[in-house]
Design a protein around this ligand. Structure first.
Ligand code: ATP
Length: 886
């Protein structure tokens, strides 16, 4: 018995259900029996494997080599201190591996948590009531309602359908939509049967009710194993760049190490001493924590964005967002509230406000049209039915119902709405007569009208009458109203529905106020150098009026391009027109929207595009950032997007862009921070080799700096809040490198040099205090020498604390930045101070790092020098602000 071969009734019976659906209790029972409607969790990479990977990547291998070299050296010449060095490097590998793993793991968890925020929903009929449930709760026997744009959540058999076409390309690869209807068929395969809807495919058009017969792994889709493999998260440009950069720095470190080894041996240092320096330099320079810190700060940004109602589906989107130059936005629902009310009506050749509904009670054709020509669903809530669906249709249905409620009249058939046709029709039978009711954009309805009805009289619609209607339409549109035309015709008993020779009955103008936050958001875009282009299916004058209300259009005559004109335009022409400062696209279809996006991309713009319908999917995919609506959006649009707006609000896009820009800046901040400390780590070695001074900093102490100071504070910089000024600058060029020469110069040649000078100064200060003279080489365990290296180490740490504040902004004064915004900053400093105190003042800290407790006066000197660095940097920032600000 194949379900497709059964009649609707037999199919329902065979699943022991009815059109009313299952009862909640029965659904619960079946859920226990059949399990959740989801495929087995995709096997993620095992945690252990990820853990091991942290110890086998490029840097780790360099470090393993260095450790191996140290142990080999120890075996060749015991007692040179190589064993301890080897152990220390192993310690670095371990700490780094664990730290990176922890960060990656946290980042992954954060993203996984986000995807759970928006589970797929299904509209299901249980005990006769329509309700929304998570798709994974569906069980065989459930009756579900589907419409255009819905993903089909389980294998089901149609029980009622209107104009349903499905796209089954996910299963067959064929993208041509297939018609589906409820009648029994003789085919015996799921794919060929025209009354079967398969999970994983989606509804292109129409609407239907269907009964579920297979869920989860038992669906066709569930059985095609290869389809269950999730798409691999692509690696972002940013991550690639960091990886490239890290390798570069590591290679630089290796070359420097080899160079030093050569110089050391050339100037007569012992082989072992030279080798130790070479290893030290390599270890000091490898930027171990960089990549995981970047990933984590991206992940943290996605969490912040989610709090601001933008759900990021791909990590890559975060950085692209930051460089967005153009936003193409829909009007309805994104810029406006999508709260519609019918406010004006053109009827009996007069344009009047909609006031008392009772006055339309005799306009039977108009009222029935408003009441039945829609795609709404009824849902029982409490004792009343409420309508679910497009707010415009709800407003119209309400208008009809309030004027005169004709009760439940079944819709016989429907000619569906799409953005190309811009109209829809239904056929109903009332008092033995079949009527076709059509509503839609006046431009597409009027040419199909032959008559006009006025006060019960029907007469020819001549050109004067048409002109009058168009004038009324324009008057309403200029006030920002969305205008719909209503027409009807009488059908003979067997006549096919047709939208021809209709009788025009009225125009209704609906008000949809702009969202209150949008005006400010648009202003922010303007100051941030981001263009906003409205791309709407609505009438040009409505579009301009709304654009004016939200501050998108300020000039007298903005350029308004209509879909029709677009169709005939060459690419070059459109390219040129896009240069106008104020452009609005009106009456465009989804396909034309895609052309606009393509043209903008050809102009090298970074384009963010919003969309909600099935037809928007190509534009969403093609754009640099596809933004789907979380509330009004279809599943298909959501799947094609990079970002989902949980509140459909334009202002949330702008917030997300701000976060995107912030991430990029924050990564630069912690890179400056991390790179700065490399110089006071390297310079002592160079000074040692070139000037024959005692070595100011041992390798183990370098590691204490890298692991003690750089890790947590770097992370804190990654979590810095947005800087208001970021949205007052033009977008960052997409090709702009993360590591600019300016950044390198500031970190290495300025801040790094200052830190090196301060730490060397403290080193010599302590040496001199104990009577050291140039040329004397103290022994490794000489307390005076140990105190001096300890002072050098502590001086670097102190300078890094000040540097943390310095790195919060490349130009603004430390004092202009709020200190209480980022708790991680203080935590980082706290850990840093605690660590250095442990290293300096505990016996095991002394033993491990070769340190010696310091006098208070030395700390005083260090703090003064660190403050001095802060002051010098303040001076530099002041000069930059004063003389180089643009
Ligand atoms: P936006 O792109 O800003 O969301 P839109 O919603 O007006 O604009 P479409 O959905 O493509 O864009 O609609 C285009 C036009 O089709 C509308 O301006 C309206 O005149 C008409 N229209 C929209 N929805 C319906 C509907 N449900 N029934 C009949 N006509 C409709």
């Amino acid at each position: 018995m194949f379900i497709a071969n059964l009649s609707v009734k037999e199919a329902l019976d065979s699943l022991r259900t009815s059109e009313e659906g299952l009862s909640s209790a029965e659904a619960q029972r079946r859920l226990k029996e059949f399990g959740y409607n989801k495929l087995e969790e995709i096997k993620r990479q095992s945690v252990w494997l990820s853990f091991i990977q942290e110890f086998t990547h490029f840097f780790a291998i360099i470090l393993w080599l260095a450790a191996g070299l140290a142990f080999w050296a120890e075996s060749q010449a015991p007692g040179e201190g190589m064993f301890l060095l080897g152990v220390a490097i192993l310690g670095v590998i371990l700490i780094n591996g664990v730290f990176s793993f922890w960060q990656e793991y946290r980042a992954e968890r954060a993203i996984a948590a986000l995807t759970k925020l928006l589970p797929q929903q299904a509209l299901v009929c249980r005990s006769g009531k329509l309700q929304t449930v998570p798709a994974e709760m569906l069980v065989p026997g459930d009756c579900i309602v589907l419409e255009e744009g819905d993903n089909i959540p389980a294998d089901c058999r149609l029980i009622e359908s209107a104009g349903v076409r499905v796209n089954i390309s996910t299963i067959t690869g064929e993208s041509q939509p297939k018609a589906r209807m409820a009648d029994a068929v003789t085919e015996t395969s799921h794919l060929a049967a025209a009354n079967i809807l398969l999970a994983g495919t989606w509804v292109v058009s129409g609407q239907c009710r269907a009964v579920v017969f297979a869920t989860g792994r038992h669906t066709e889709f569930g059985q095609i194993a290869h389809l269950t493999q999730a798409e691999k998260e692509s690696v972002s440009h940013l991550q690639l760049e960091i990886a490239r950069l890290s390798k570069l720095v590591a290679a630089f470190a290796a070359i420097l190490g080899i160079l030093f080894f050569a110089i050391g041996t050339a100037i007569g240092l012992s082989f072992w001493t030279s080798l130790m320096f070479a290893i030290g330099i390599i270890v000091a320079n490898v930027p171990e924590g960089l990549l995981p810190t970047v990933t984590l700060s991206l992940a943290m940004a996605t969490q912040r964005m989610a709090k601001r109602n933008a759900l990021v589906r791909h990590l890559t989107a975060v950085e692209t967002l930051g460089s967005t130059t153009v936003i193409c936005s829909d009007k309805t629902g994104t810029l406006t509230q999508n709260k519609m009310t019918a406010t004006q009506i053109y009827i009996h050749e007069q344009l009047v406000p909609v006031e008392a509904h009772a006055q339309y009670e005799h306009e039977i054709r108009l009222i029935q049209n408003a009441q039945y020509c829609h795609n709404l669903k009824k849902s029982l809530q409490g004792k009343h039915y409420v309508l679910l669906g497009d707010p415009m249709e709800i407003a119209l249905a309400e208008f009809g119902r309030k004027s005169h409620d004709f009760g439940d009249i079944p819709v016989e058939s429907e000619i569906a709405f799409d953005s190309e046709r811009k109209r829809m029709s239904v056929v109903i039978e009332h008092e033995g007569v079949r009527w076709l009711y059509c509503k839609g954009a006046p431009e597409t309805v009027l040419p199909r009208c032959r008559h006009i009805e006025s006060r019960g009289n029907i007469r020819e619609l001549d050109s004067a009458g048409q002109e009058q209607i168009i004038t009324a339409q324009n008057t309403m549109a200029r006030e920002g109203l969305r205008v719909l035309a209503f027409a009807y015709c009488r059908l003979e008993p067997e006549q096919m529905p047709q939208e021809r020779e209709m009788t025009f009955s009225a125009l209704i103008g609906l008000q949809d106020p702009p969202r209150p936050e949008v005006k400010e958001a648009i202003e922010r875009c303007h100051t941030a150098g981001i263009r906003v282009i409205m791309v709407t299916g609505d009438h040009p004058q409505t579009a301009v009026a709304i654009a004016r209300q939200i501050g998108l259009v300020k000039t007298e005559h903005p350029l308004v391009l209509q879909g029709e004109a677009l169709r005939k335009m060459t690419g070059a022409h459109l390219h040129l027109l896009l240069e106008s400062p104020e452009v609005i696209f009106a009456r465009v279809t989804a396909e034309q929207k895609m052309h606009v996006v393509k043209a903008l991309k050809r102009k090298k713009e970074i384009v963010a595009v919003t969309g909600d319908g099935v037809n928007d999917a190509p534009a969403l995919k093609i754009a640099d950032i596809g933004i789907a609506m979380g509330v009004a959006g279809t599943d298909v649009a959501k799947e094609a997007s990079d970002i989902i707006l949980l509140d459909d609000n334009f202002a949330s896009i702008v917030n997300a862009i701000e976060e995107g820009r912030t991430v990029f800046e924050n990564i630069r901040k912690f890179m400056t921070y991390i790179l700065t400390s490399n110089i006071p780590e390297i310079l002592p070695y160079i000074a040692f080799v070139l000037f024959k001074i005692p070595l100011p900093l041992t390798i183990i102490q370098i590691l204490a700096v890298d692991l003690g100071t750089d890790m947590l504070p770097a992370l804190a910089l990654g979590a810095e809040p947005s800087d208001k000024k970021l949205m007052q600058q033009p977008p960052r060029p997409a090709k702009e490198r993360l590591l600019s020469w300016g950044l390198v110069a500031r970190a290495y040649l300025w801040l790094g040099m200052l830190e090196a000078a301060a730490s060397l100064f403290v080193f010599f200060f302590v040496l001199n205090q104990s009577g050291w003279e140039y040329g004397v080489m103290p022994g490794k365990s000489d307390p005076m020498y140990m105190q001096a290296t300890t002072a050098c180490l502590a001086a670097i740490v102190m300078a890094q604390i000040v540097n943390l504040f310095i790195c919060r902004h490349p130009r603004s004064s430390v004092f202009s930045l709020k200190l209480d915004y980022n708790p991680l900053l203080w935590q980082g400093i706290l850990v840093e101070v605690a660590l250095i105190l442990l290293v300096v003042y505990t016996p095991w800290g002394n033993a491990l790092f070769g340190t010696y407790p310091l006098d208070l006066s030395v700390w005083g000197l260090m703090i003064v020098l660190a403050m001095g660095i802060g002051l010098l940097e303040e001076g530099r920032k002041w000069i930059v602000r004063r003389y180089f600000s643009d």
